[in-house]
Design a protein around this ligand. Structure first.
Ligand code: NDP
Length: 450
């Protein structure tokens, strides 16, 4: 049985019902074939068998009291996947869809993403099936405190340094940090995405979105193209989407869509960033509120999306930035994007395109930046926050932004040169997977059978 099929069979047998994890693992394994054929060391050291198995998986109960005085229970997860390049690093996701398979897929992707940044960070991910929607500030705080009451014993600035992800932003990181400090008595860089007046880094909030746009810019420049004056579509309306839009405007592009779990907005004049921030960062409400301020924009609720489709991808664009969640762009969406002339996809979200959609982008040879390369700016800037914390320093906005820009360019060059080395120059999936894997695998060989 070929190597990939054998590993996939093993994963399905030993880790049942983890669909998203199989999807992420299969994509990486398929890309690695030419490398494994070329260099026998990886097979000799059983790297594949070891790298698909997390070093440690922590599952715990999170008990908290709601505003009615009722005891509520959620599941907590932290998966410490691979630490051979540095302390585990990766976000926490609070969303009702969270389960072990989703956290494992995210943790697996994080290993290679973190490797691609060139920075000393291993891969991990965590979260909970807690749904922050409709909860009061007090409930969010009590949940975060309870979550940290278990998590604190497994993390530390040189052990495991969580950050935010879906449902975990500055407010949640604040409550988590406060509880860590109360429990340990230590003021240290154990979380990233902290507030600017208590250890956070400038640009961390903006980093994933800005980074995804820098990555698109790198891909397009290599083809003699630019984003200036181009219509772009963006999905999501959270942290990644908002700062993707901000950077697109700075580069002279016109972002015309946003979406959330309830619907999407198409504003042909360009999304109004001020209103978007007010609706999503301040009011934390549905995008329907955007239309009240901008009646000429169109709102489509999810119930009116074409069957089996995401309406965002029906809007013609030059470049698309999927920035909401996994598998939000399928083959039918990809076909329509290509038919409408889209030449660039830069993934702000993790694994937003289904495998069939990715195949269509690769076949069409458009500028396609897979999430583990295109959205690595967030974790890279988290590592810059760790560096500043360790050195008791804080760098100015321009310094951090320039470092982010340099890191995104480095990821693009590393991925595209590796793609060239393996004979498929436009295939950044191949390039990013091999480049990310090779660095981790070589370190695993150096560090022996641990
Ligand atoms: P946020 O929680 O800030 O925003 C998520 C956005 O996506 C919201 O608009 C949300 O809608 C929407 N969304 C979430 N789940 C679904 C769903 N199932 N269907 C439709 N819409 C959905 O998260 P982030 O912006 O931080 O994260 C977005 C993506 O980017 C994720 O894939 C994340 O893993 C990835 N990412 C994030 C990084 C970061 O630094 N934050 C770093 C690298 C990747 P609603 O408001 O209705 O819930």
């Amino acid at each position: 049985m070929p190597y990939t099929a054998k590993t996939m069979e093993y994963l399905k047998r030993t880790s049942p019902a983890q669909t998203e994890f199989y999807q992420a693992a299969e994509e990486v394994l398929m890309s690695l074939r030419p490398l494994l054929d070329k260099d026998p060391r990886y097979k000799n050291h059983n790297i594949i068998e070891r790298i698909v198995e997390p070093e440690r998986q922590i599952l715990f109960r999170v008990t908290w009291i709601d505003d009615q005085g009722q005891i509520q229970v959620n599941k907590g997860f932290r998966i410490e996947f691979n630490s051979c390049l540095g302390p585990y690093k990766g976000g926490l996701r609070f969303h009702p869809s969270v389960n072990a398979g989703i956290i494992k897929f995210l943790g697996f992707e994080q290993i290679f993403k973190n490797s691609l940044t060139g920075l000393p960070i291993g891969g991990g991910k965590g979260g909970s099936d807690f749904d922050p929607k409709g909860k009061s500030d007090g409930e969010i705080m009590r949940f975060c405190q309870s979550f940290m009451t278990e998590l604190y014993r497994h993390i530390g600035p040189t052990i495991d340094v969580p950050a935010g992800d879906i449902g975990v932003g500055g407010r949640e990181i604040g409550y988590l940090f406060g509880q860590y400090k109360r429990l340990t008595g230590r003021y240290e860089g154990v979380l990233t995405g902290k507030g600017l007046n208590w250890g956070g880094s400038l640009v961390r909030t903006e980093a994933t979105g800005y980074g995804a746009v820098y990555f698109a810019q790198n891909m397009l420049e290599a083809r003699g193209e630019t984003l200036e004056g181009k219509v772009c579509t963006v999905s999501g309306s959270g942290n990644v989407a908002i700062y993707t839009i901000e950077k697109l405007y700075q580069l002279g592009a016109k972002p015309v869509t946003v979406s959330d779990s309830r619907g999407m907005v198409y504003d042909k004049h360009g999304i109004n960033l001020e209103t978007l921030k007010e609706v999503k960062e301040v009011q934390k409400t549905s995008l329907e509120a955007y239309i009240k301020e901008h009646p000429s924009a169109e709102y489509t609720p999810v119930s009116d999306y074409p069957k089996g489709r995401n309406a965002v991808w029906t809007i013609p664009c030059y470049a698309a930035f999927p920035s909401a969640t996994q598998n939000e762009l399928n083959a039918a969406d990809a076909k329509e994007l290509l038919k409408n002339g889209c030449v660039c996809i830069s993934e702000g979200a993790n694994m937003p395109s289904t495998p069939e959609a990715v195949d269509l982008f690769l076949e069409a040879k458009i500028a396609y930046g897979p999430g583990k390369a295109a959205n690595a700016g967030g974790v890279a800037t988290s590592q810059l926050e760790m560096s500043q914390n360790a050195g008791m320093e804080s760098w100015d906005f321009e310094t951090v932004d320039n470092k982010l820009k340099g890191i995104m360019e480095g990821i693009f060059l590393n991925s595209s040169e590796t793609a060239k080395e393996f004979g498929d120059p436009t295939n950044l999936v191949l390039g990013a997977n091999i480049a990310g894997f090779r660095k981790v695998a070589n370190a695993m060989i150096d560090q022996g059978a641990v």
